[in-house]
Design a protein. Structure first.
Length: 164
Protein backbone atom coordinates (compact mmCIF):
# COMPACT_ATOMS: atom_id res chain seq x y z
CA UNK A 1 0.00 0.00 0.00
CA UNK A 2 1.32 3.43 -0.88
CA UNK A 3 1.30 6.21 1.70
CA UNK A 4 -1.73 7.98 0.21
CA UNK A 5 -3.50 4.61 0.33
CA UNK A 6 -2.84 4.55 4.08
CA UNK A 7 -4.49 7.97 4.48
CA UNK A 8 -7.43 6.86 2.34
CA UNK A 9 -7.84 3.89 4.66
CA UNK A 10 -7.89 6.18 7.70
CA UNK A 11 -10.39 8.41 5.91
CA UNK A 12 -12.72 5.48 5.17
CA UNK A 13 -12.61 4.46 8.83
CA UNK A 14 -13.40 8.01 9.89
CA UNK A 15 -16.40 8.28 7.55
CA UNK A 16 -17.68 4.91 8.77
CA UNK A 17 -17.16 5.83 12.44
CA UNK A 18 -18.91 9.18 12.01
CA UNK A 19 -21.81 7.43 10.25
CA UNK A 20 -22.09 4.97 13.14
CA UNK A 21 -22.15 7.74 15.72
CA UNK A 22 -24.61 9.89 13.77
CA UNK A 23 -27.01 6.95 13.61
CA UNK A 24 -26.54 6.18 17.31
CA UNK A 25 -27.32 9.79 18.21
CA UNK A 26 -30.29 9.81 15.81
CA UNK A 27 -31.69 6.73 17.55
CA UNK A 28 -31.43 8.49 20.90
CA UNK A 29 -33.01 11.67 19.53
CA UNK A 30 -36.30 9.79 19.20
CA UNK A 31 -36.38 9.31 22.97
CA UNK A 32 -34.12 11.86 24.59
CA UNK A 33 -33.71 15.56 24.19
CA UNK A 34 -31.53 17.63 26.42
CA UNK A 35 -28.07 19.07 26.91
CA UNK A 36 -26.15 15.81 26.37
CA UNK A 37 -27.92 15.14 23.08
CA UNK A 38 -27.28 18.72 22.02
CA UNK A 39 -23.59 18.32 22.93
CA UNK A 40 -23.32 15.10 20.92
CA UNK A 41 -24.83 16.73 17.82
CA UNK A 42 -22.65 19.81 18.28
CA UNK A 43 -19.46 17.72 18.57
CA UNK A 44 -20.36 15.75 15.46
CA UNK A 45 -21.01 19.04 13.64
CA UNK A 46 -17.65 20.34 14.84
CA UNK A 47 -15.93 17.27 13.40
CA UNK A 48 -17.49 17.91 10.00
CA UNK A 49 -16.67 21.62 10.08
CA UNK A 50 -13.09 21.13 11.27
CA UNK A 51 -12.50 18.62 8.50
CA UNK A 52 -13.88 21.15 5.99
CA UNK A 53 -11.71 23.92 7.44
CA UNK A 54 -8.60 21.82 6.93
CA UNK A 55 -9.60 21.01 3.36
CA UNK A 56 -10.11 24.74 2.75
CA UNK A 57 -6.58 25.33 4.02
CA UNK A 58 -5.14 22.57 1.85
CA UNK A 59 -7.12 23.57 -1.27
CA UNK A 60 -7.80 27.32 -1.02
CA UNK A 61 -9.05 27.32 -4.61
CA UNK A 62 -11.98 25.06 -3.62
CA UNK A 63 -13.17 26.53 -0.34
CA UNK A 64 -16.61 26.16 1.17
CA UNK A 65 -18.15 28.59 3.61
CA UNK A 66 -17.70 27.70 7.27
CA UNK A 67 -19.74 30.20 9.27
CA UNK A 68 -18.54 28.85 12.62
CA UNK A 69 -16.37 26.03 13.89
CA UNK A 70 -18.34 25.27 17.06
CA UNK A 71 -22.05 25.35 16.14
CA UNK A 72 -24.76 24.94 18.75
CA UNK A 73 -27.85 24.81 16.59
CA UNK A 74 -27.47 22.03 14.03
CA UNK A 75 -30.14 19.40 13.63
CA UNK A 76 -29.60 15.84 12.45
CA UNK A 77 -30.69 16.65 8.90
CA UNK A 78 -28.07 19.38 8.49
CA UNK A 79 -25.47 17.14 10.15
CA UNK A 80 -26.14 14.28 7.74
CA UNK A 81 -26.17 16.58 4.71
CA UNK A 82 -22.93 18.33 5.71
CA UNK A 83 -21.20 15.05 6.56
CA UNK A 84 -22.13 13.64 3.13
CA UNK A 85 -20.86 16.76 1.37
CA UNK A 86 -17.60 16.70 3.32
CA UNK A 87 -17.23 13.00 2.59
CA UNK A 88 -17.48 13.67 -1.17
CA UNK A 89 -15.03 16.58 -1.05
CA UNK A 90 -12.44 14.67 0.98
CA UNK A 91 -12.86 11.53 -1.12
CA UNK A 92 -12.30 13.51 -4.32
CA UNK A 93 -9.28 15.24 -2.82
CA UNK A 94 -7.64 12.03 -1.61
CA UNK A 95 -8.26 10.44 -5.01
CA UNK A 96 -6.42 13.37 -6.63
CA UNK A 97 -3.14 13.23 -4.70
CA UNK A 98 -0.05 11.03 -4.94
CA UNK A 99 2.64 10.13 -2.44
CA UNK A 100 4.95 12.94 -3.54
CA UNK A 101 2.19 15.48 -2.79
CA UNK A 102 2.39 14.56 0.90
CA UNK A 103 5.66 16.48 1.17
CA UNK A 104 3.96 19.72 0.10
CA UNK A 105 4.16 22.45 2.72
CA UNK A 106 0.80 24.09 3.39
CA UNK A 107 0.84 27.67 4.69
CA UNK A 108 -2.34 28.56 6.56
CA UNK A 109 -3.80 30.78 9.25
CA UNK A 110 -5.18 29.41 12.51
CA UNK A 111 -8.57 30.54 13.76
CA UNK A 112 -6.72 33.05 15.95
CA UNK A 113 -4.95 34.50 12.89
CA UNK A 114 -1.47 33.03 13.41
CA UNK A 115 0.34 31.78 10.31
CA UNK A 116 1.74 28.25 10.32
CA UNK A 117 3.40 25.87 7.87
CA UNK A 118 3.04 22.11 7.95
CA UNK A 119 3.58 19.25 5.56
CA UNK A 120 0.41 17.83 4.08
CA UNK A 121 1.07 14.41 5.67
CA UNK A 122 1.19 16.04 9.13
CA UNK A 123 -2.10 17.83 8.48
CA UNK A 124 -3.75 14.57 7.41
CA UNK A 125 -2.58 12.86 10.59
CA UNK A 126 -3.90 15.80 12.62
CA UNK A 127 -7.32 15.70 10.93
CA UNK A 128 -7.80 12.02 11.77
CA UNK A 129 -6.41 12.20 15.29
CA UNK A 130 -8.74 15.14 15.97
CA UNK A 131 -11.64 12.94 14.95
CA UNK A 132 -10.53 10.10 17.22
CA UNK A 133 -10.46 12.49 20.17
CA UNK A 134 -13.94 13.89 19.66
CA UNK A 135 -15.55 10.55 18.82
CA UNK A 136 -14.41 9.37 22.24
CA UNK A 137 -16.23 12.32 23.80
CA UNK A 138 -19.32 11.60 21.71
CA UNK A 139 -19.25 7.97 22.83
CA UNK A 140 -19.30 9.14 26.47
CA UNK A 141 -22.29 11.38 25.72
CA UNK A 142 -24.14 8.50 24.06
CA UNK A 143 -23.49 6.45 27.17
CA UNK A 144 -24.75 9.27 29.43
CA UNK A 145 -27.94 9.37 27.37
CA UNK A 146 -28.54 5.69 28.10
CA UNK A 147 -27.39 4.43 24.73
CA UNK A 148 -24.66 2.04 23.79
CA UNK A 149 -21.81 3.71 21.92
CA UNK A 150 -21.10 1.89 18.67
CA UNK A 151 -17.84 -0.02 18.37
CA UNK A 152 -15.88 2.28 16.07
CA UNK A 153 -12.26 1.31 16.69
CA UNK A 154 -10.03 1.09 13.65
CA UNK A 155 -9.63 -2.65 14.09
CA UNK A 156 -13.43 -3.10 14.06
CA UNK A 157 -13.60 -1.17 10.80
CA UNK A 158 -10.83 -3.36 9.37
CA UNK A 159 -12.87 -6.48 10.17
CA UNK A 160 -16.10 -4.96 8.85
CA UNK A 161 -14.30 -3.93 5.65
CA UNK A 162 -13.22 -7.54 5.16
CA UNK A 163 -16.82 -8.69 5.57
CA UNK A 164 -16.44 -10.22 9.03
Amino acid sequence: MDEVGFYRRLYLQEVWANDQQIEAVAGLAKHALGPELRKAIDKLAHLVLARELWLNRICPEKTVNIPELFPDDWDLSLLRESHASSQRRWGDYLDSIRDEDLEKVVVYSSISGETFENQLRDILIHVWSHGFYHRGQIGMLINQLGGTPPAIDFIVHARVSRGE
